[in-house]
Write a protein that binds this ligand. Structure first.
Ligand code: SF4
Length: 462
């Protein structure tokens, strides 16, 4: 969006008004592919019904099905993979930016870029190959954006994401993200800090650091505890009220990282730690290792180091060979671990993943019933835990009127990451006539439901 904007395009979110339609896609599991294809087909209709002249498909679906998209959906005029973002201008038929403007991407040559021994080893063993994807290019993306890349922030005014690294070197057998996104590579430390400073200067007060694996940040640059060092530096930016990171890898939670979270008031007491399973035998086949016992020790360490930290995790149910006993082990673990937030995903059998070749596939109906069973268990755990929130006074970011009813507003605390966790509904503005979206308030939790909370405003926060 930033590139198109800088080149003079006017952006609209209304497809019926657009001359050029761009569908940004995802393709790491079946449901994501389906949603992407449905959206492409829906947008294709605007070429006959609306004024659109061009339909461009961008993103991960292109990395996986480059030729197939063009062959099977003739309405598509151009495709743009995740490593060739600059070509969006050519695809849109808009002149590229003047040569005087620096290249918006840091394309790293192999000599320039650091690399992790783990990633190099995995590359030699074929981890990133796309041979099973007919029609995909064999070239992996290598680009990284930097602080000079033009960017339009599409999240609400007070919040922004910063991607600190791209790609992933882990061998998880259910996952094709490394095949889509390439080897792990970190953005330069100074570039991330500069971008955060720019965002805060523009009014952003909450920054969420993302990457396929944020906890590896800096390893390829020779940094030790790179994420902790980065958080420590960013936490000193004046005006940055909330800072958090997502997608931590369980065995990379260092003491230094936890101490850094505990040390700074503006680092959210929140940890997203996708564990994927708890049965040691399933985790072994997933090539992730560990198990319930080790995870419980990790959670104990986290909770000891950072008081009142909110923990999110996600699991995959129905991985090939998952027995009823494996699933029960997962349930026992969930009962004991008591996560604040939990997501459960059905195993998706992806071509190109290590697990695709495994026997003992679990029937789809069993997978779905296990997902429902686990969510039901978490619902009970969550309902009890949320009751303990009642009466607490917390800092709340007001996000706007509730999508469900104009009688309520919605907000988030530091324990809620944008878009993924439960909601806080505001039904009482206290002495204020109205609230302002993107502003922080002190609020008291007055009611708790299974996942959501209800709050009343106490006072605006300066
Ligand atoms: S760490 Fe995450 S992105 Fe990387 S291979 Fe495993 S599941 Fe996929």
């Amino acid at each position: 969006m930033g590139l198109l904007d800088r080149a003079g395009a006017r952006l609209t979110a209304r497809p019926e008004e657009a001359d050029i339609l761009v569908v940004n896609t995802c393709s790491f599991i079946d449901t994501a592919k389906q949603e992407s294809v449905d959206t492409i087909l829906e947008m294709a209709r605007y070429k006959t019904l609306g004024r659109a002249k061009k339909l461009i498909v961008a993103g991960c679906l292109v990395e996986r099905y480059r030729d197939e998209i063009r062959k099977n959906i003739p309405e598509v005029d151009a495709v743009v993979g995740t490593g060739e973002l600059e070509s969006i201008l050519e695809a849109a038929g808009i002149a590229p930016a003047p040569a005087a403007v620096p290249s918006p991407f840091t394309i790293l040559t192999s000599a320039e870029k650091g690399s992790r021994a783990e990633g190099n080893r995995r590359e030699r063993s074929g981890r990133f190959r796309r041979d099973e994807w007919a029609g995909a290019s064999h070239l992996l993306p290598t680009y990284l954006y930097d602080e000079t890349t033009p960017r339009l922030v599409s999240t609400p005014r007070a919040s922004a994401y910063i991607k600190i690294a791209e790609g992933c070197d882990h061998p998880c057998t259910f996952c094709v993200i490394p095949n889509l996104r390439g080897k792990f590579r970190s953005r330069r430390f100074e570039s991330v800090v500069a971008e955060a400073q720019q965002l805060v200067a523009r009014g952003v007060q909450e920054i969420t650091l993302i990457g396929q694996d944020t906890t590896c940040y800096g390893e390829d640059l020779g940094l030790r505890d790179g994420l902790a060092t980065l958080l420590d530096t960013l936490a000193h930016i004046d005006g940055l009220r909330w800072l958090r990171f997502l997608y931590a890898y369980p065995n990379r939670i260092t003491g230094r990282l936890l101490d850094t979270i505990a040390k700074h008031d503006n680092i959210c007491k929140y940890l997203d730690l996708p564990l994927q399973h708890a049965s040691p035998s399933v985790l072994k086949r997933m090539k992730r290792g560990a198990g319930a016992e080790i995870f419980l020790k990790t959670l104990e360490k986290v909770r000891e180091a950072v008081q009142q930290i909110a923990l999110r995790t996600s699991f995959i149910v129905g991985f090939p060979g998952e027995s009823l006993r494996d699933f029960e082990l997962l349930e026992e673990f969930v009962s004991e671990a008591k996560f604040d937030w939990l997501g459960v995903f059905n195993y998706s059998d992806e071509e190109g993943s290590g697990a695709h070749a495994l026997d003992a596939k679990v029937p789809k109906r069993t997978i779905e019933s296990r997902r429902l069973r686990l969510m039901k268990l978490q619902q009970t755990i969550s309902r009890r835990a949320k009751q303990e929130w009642v009466g607490r006074e917390l800092l709340l970011l007001a996000e706007g009127e509730s999508a469900e009813t104009p009688l309520l507003w919605e907000g988030r605390t530091q324990y809620h990451a944008p878009e993924i966790d439960g909601k806080v509904y505001i039904n009482d503005f206290g002495s204020l006539p109205s609230l302002e979206a993107g502003r922080f308030y002190r609020a008291q939790i007055t009611e708790a439901h299974d996942y959501d909370l209800v709050a009343r405003i106490v006072a605006p926060e300066n």
